[in-house]
Design a protein around this ligand. Structure first.
Ligand code: FE2
Ligand code: FE2
Length: 351
């Protein structure tokens, strides 16, 4: 009997160690230098799936970007990467600080990588929605394991994300598009699973293929392709412990082969940046700390800002201060082509 040959296994060059395995945390806080990083003007994006907000329309981003482009040339796309906000256990001082930082940093898009709430309660979603309504930038959100209605087993089984979508409404979107970037959310959280720990992630490779196809359909290789999901698909130390995302490695392979540039995740409450390569293409897997929660693990609360140009991702890690604000703790430059970390130049201005 003729048997079909198995597909060639993806050969990956894993980059662990000092050069490419960047665990970015616990760095000495540094006062941010405000407004010195220039970003170029971009054409006004076409109508995408992420809805334009009323406030955003009142204050056109084009004007803001144009004024920056007058200072320095060079097109940079900025992503604000937040995760694990955990409303219900939030530090209210950090909520106000995050709203201010989001306004000051003026990202092109905000990626909220799940666990917006603690128990999926209505009042927790309402508090999160109130914050997102203050953002000028569109938010692409992917639900996390804490965003299911924890106490309602029927809803968990029948419609685990019904409350998430109903309560967050048009403050979040599953995708975003403009002339430089395409972002797609990818669900890894489940309302129930055939294993004891339902908080762990479970990816669906067929859904990953569909997400990769949509990203590729938006534009050529010059378009930045970003995946937003809650659970890690690649993690420091591998997919073990809390990072045990079922079929996570298979989904990661799909994204790497499909040409994704960035996969932004949460759940671990840990900042990291790991790279995988396939056929000369690099895909960075980036984790963020908890943005607002008072229940931190080994790392302080914080978020990431990613400035993307043709050659690098500049990853600015921001951490919470005891006073209830955020400061930039460090910046790492992730090389898009060489799959290496490039140390920040000592004299380079921060954000
Ligand atoms: Fe979380
Ligand atoms: Fe989680």
């Amino acid at each position: 009997m003729h048997r079909r040959a198995p597909p060639p296994r993806l050969r990956r060059r894993r980059h662990h160690g000092r050069r490419a395995h960047a665990r970015l945390a616990r760095a000495r806080p540094r006062a941010p230098a405000l407004g010195r990083r220039a970003r170029g003007a971009r054409p006004r994006p076409p109508a995408g799936d992420a809805r334009r907000r009323t406030r955003r329309n009142r204050q056109p981003r084009g004007l803001l970007l144009h004024s920056r482009s007058c200072e320095l040339p060079g097109a940079v796309t900025r992503i604000l990467h937040i995760a694990d906000l955990h409303f219900g256990r939030e530090d209210e001082r950090l909520v106000a600080a995050l709203a201010e930082e989001a306004e000051r940093l003026a990202p092109d898009v905000i990626v909220a990588a799940g666990d917006l709430t603690t128990f999926g309660r209505r009042r927790e979603f309402a508090a999160c929605r109130a914050l997102f309504e203050r953002f000028s930038a569109p938010v692409v959100a992917s639900p996390g394991n804490h965003d299911v209605p924890y106490a309602n087993m029927f809803s968990r089984l029948v419609s685990p994300w019904g409350r998430f979508h109903h309560r967050m409404g048009d403050t979040v979107a599953p995708r975003y598009r403009d002339h430089q970037i395409a972002v797609e959310s990818f669900e890894t959280a489940r309302g129930a699973q055939w294993r004891l720990d339902w908080s762990l992630g479970k990816a669906r490779p067929d859904q990953a293929r569909e997400v990769a196809r949509r990203l590729a359909a938006h534009g050529g290789r010059e378009t930045l392709r970003v995946v937003a999901c809650h659970h890690p698909l690649v993690a420091p130390g591998g997919l073990t412990g809390r990072a045990k995302t079922k079929y996570g490695a298979a989904a990661a392979d799909v994204f790497i082969q499909g040409g994704a540039d960035l996969v932004l995740t949460g759940h671990m409450h840990q900042v990291f940046a790991l790279v995988e390569r396939w056929d000369g293409h690099s895909c960075w897997f980036v984790g963020a700390s908890t943005a607002l929660s008072r229940r931190t693990r080994d790392e302080p609360a914080g978020f990431n800002v990613l400035d993307v140009d043709d050659h690098h991702f500049s990853m600015h890690v921001h951490v919470a201060t005891p006073e209830g604000g955020f400061v930039r703790s460090e910046t790492r430059r992730l090389d898009r082509a060489e799959a290496e970390l490039v140390p920040e130049h000592p004299g380079e201005p921060g954000i």
